[in-house]
Write a protein of this length. Structure first.
Length: 247
């Protein structure tokens, strides 16, 4: 598939070789890329508290083009909170999120055109049809015309046409959420347990596309998953959190 194979950034050859070999590198506070200038997405000393409870404490990392960072750790360790901060659905108490070295807080163009985010829980309007939801979302992203045919094939969207979102299974809802995240051809993807509800065929197609098309095309991916197979198949580096801190 050629969908999303060109996002304007060429990954380093060594990164691609390492990814194809399934290399896994555990990281803590240190940046993933030695040359910060190569990073697409950076988190700089992100901290988040809910009341008196510290959920994230000084988390820093960088993801270069063509790289997948796997987030792992026990439940409640701060993984989903970290993704929400990166997606700007919540604000950090301190720290910054940078895109190509620039602070993107409140940058609508970044959020709509460069970032794709799939949260752990789908939030589709139950009375709307899948077509209505995708049409509305594409309009918000400034897109016109029909949905990309290869994206429809990747997520088997034609099977969902005309169905009311409230009648969808968990796997069907997740396919719609993924279509919303991918429709603008984002250069950065944030996926929070996104594979869990998918059927085996869709899961295999999506994993293959991410590994063979999206990452080699220069996209960057942050993947949170409890499934070791998901992490091993895609991630060239990992960040483990415990009690909101890198370990």
């Amino acid at each position: 598939m050629k969908f999303l194979c060109k996002v304007g950034i060429v990954p380093h050859r060594q990164q691609l070789r390492d990814l194809r070999k399934g290399a896994s590198i555990t990281v803590c506070h240190a940046l993933l890329c030695k040359r910060e200038g190569t990073a697409l997405l950076q988190a700089v000393e992100l901290c988040k508290r809910y009341g008196t409870r510290t959920v994230l404490a000084g988390v820093s990392f960088a993801v270069p083009p063509g790289e997948c960072l796997g987030l792992c750790g026990p439940n409640g360790s701060g993984k989903s909170t970290l993704l929400r901060l990166l997606a700007q659905t919540e604000a950090p108490d301190s720290g910054q999120v940078l895109w190509q070295g620039k602070n993107v807080r409140g940058d609508r163009d970044f959020l709509r055109r460069k970032l794709g985010y799939v949260p752990q829980q789908d939030a589709l309007p139950p009375d709307a049809t899948t077509d209505e939801v995708l049409r509305l979302w594409r309009g918000l992203c400034g897109l016109r015309g029909p949905m990309d045919a290869q994206l429809r094939q990747l997520l088997a969207l034609d099977e969902l046409r005309g169905l009311r979102c409230g009648a969808l299974s968990g796997g069907m809802s997740r396919r719609v959420s993924l279509a919303m995240a991918l429709c603008a051809r984002p250069a950065c993807l944030l996926l929070d347990e996104s594979f869990a509800p998918l059927d085996a065929d869709t899961r295999a197609r999506l994993t293959a596309w991410l590994r063979q098309v999206y990452l080699p095309g220069g996209g960057c991916l942050v993947l949170c998953s409890h499934d070791e197979a998901d992490l091993a198949g895609l991630c060239g580096a990992r960040l483990r959190l415990e009690n909101g801190r890198p370990v």
